[in-house]
Design a protein around this ligand. Structure first.
Ligand code: TUI
Length: 316
């Protein structure tokens, strides 16, 4: 027995699990490993220039013949050029984040791509459905990185009720209990980032993986609330300095200066003190590094156990 949803048919994947397209973190190696394991691997284009994205896409193609995606980060100065590269390279799936992809949707659809857009509000979900995207990823504030202000539990059913296209739930997912909960809320699958940071195939610095593994339930904090760009990260020296500056009423420019290059420092250099260790609240549940295939297998196995347990509490 297995759990299949309309998301699997739409994307040509085996299991309704999408790997978050995390900037710097989600390289071709991780994306290909997740796709090979039956989920949808996603390369995070972040702020990378188009030639770098093209070479990552080609690397992923050399590592898997299964569908994979690329996340386009709309605050990147290269977003428009990256989209052209993805069209030229015939990337089957694009996920969009941190901005409104509306005006690019027709071009991506004409190229035969599936477009999934990350949203953190009902209003944007409705607008993007009208713009013609294929599915939405409803991202609750439990997730890592840039976040909205609504938690996954209230956000997902509100978006499910507001649109007619498939909705994927994101933020707070770790195992099959979460997958079944997402399906119960009306979602067609889940997107997970944090757990995949600790996939064996993920190329982030080992220090970053160990910081996620060490994290306990209250170890993420939200910086940047005063700038209007809240970001969930693991608590460290950088986060404390950032929060202290915010408490003193520092300007957005001053705070931005502190943040420049910090994600790269965490991912590439393994700077766990002054790097930006973006991670979601489920960091506390991640306890080991394991292959992407094991992560997917564990989610699907625990989802089956959860369904069986739920069946057991039905009374006639
Ligand atoms: O984008 C994210 N999460 C992120 S981005 C990031 S950090 C980064 N750093 C360096 C380079 C590249 C990235 C860390 N985490 N999530 C997707 C997401 N996007 N959630 C919500 C939205 C969103 C927000 C506003 C989507 C559209 C939107 O549009 C506003 C409007 O009305 O146009």
């Amino acid at each position: 027995m297995t759990i299949r949803t309309k998301l699997c048919d739409m994307l040509g994947i085996e299991y309704p699990i999408i790997q978050g397209g995390m900037a710097w973190v989600a390289t071709a190696e991780l994306a290909a490993a997740v796709s090979e394991a039956g989920g949808l691997g996603v390369i995070g284009a972040g702020n990378a220039p188009p030639d770098v994205v093209r070479s990552e896409v080609r690397k992923a193609k050399s590592l898997t013949s299964k569908p994979f995606g690329v996340n386009v980060y709309f605050m990147s100065p290269y977003a428009a050029e990256v989209i052209e590269v993805l069209i030229e390279e015939k990337v089957p799936v694009v996920t969009t984040g941190a901005g409104n992809p509306g005006k690019y949707v027709p071009r991506m659809k004409e190229a035969g791509m599936k477009v999934l857009s990350l949203v953190a509000s009902v209003n944007l979900a409705k607008r993007l459905e009208r713009a013609g995207v294929d599915a939405l990823v409803a991202e609750g504030m439990e997730c890592g990185g840039h976040i909205g202000d609504i938690a996954t539990m209230p956000l997902v059913p509100q978006i499910v009720d507001a649109v007619d296209i498939p909705v994927v739930a994101a933020g707070g997912f770790f195992d099959g209990r979460g997958l079944v909960a997402a399906l119960a809320l009306g979602a067609a699958g889940i997107q997970m980032g944090t757990r995949f940071i600790c996939a064996a195939e993920c190329t982030v610095h080992e220090n970053y993986k160990q910081a996620v593994i060490r994290a306990r339930d209250r170890d993420t904090v939200i910086t940047g609330r005063t700038t209007g760009h809240p970001v969930r990260v693991l608590d460290n020296k950088l986060a404390r300095e950032f929060l202290a500056l915010e408490a003193k009423g520092a300007s957005a420019a001053e705070l931005e200066a502190l943040g420049v290059g910090r994600l790269r420092a965490a991912v590439v250099d393994g700077d766990v003190d002054y790097g930006s260790l973006m991670a979601g609240q489920v960091a506390a549940m991640v306890q080991k590094v394991e292959p992407a295939r094991e992560i997917i297998r564990h989610i699907m196995e625990t989802a089956e156990e959860t369904l069986a347990r739920l069946e057991g509490i039905r009374r006639g």
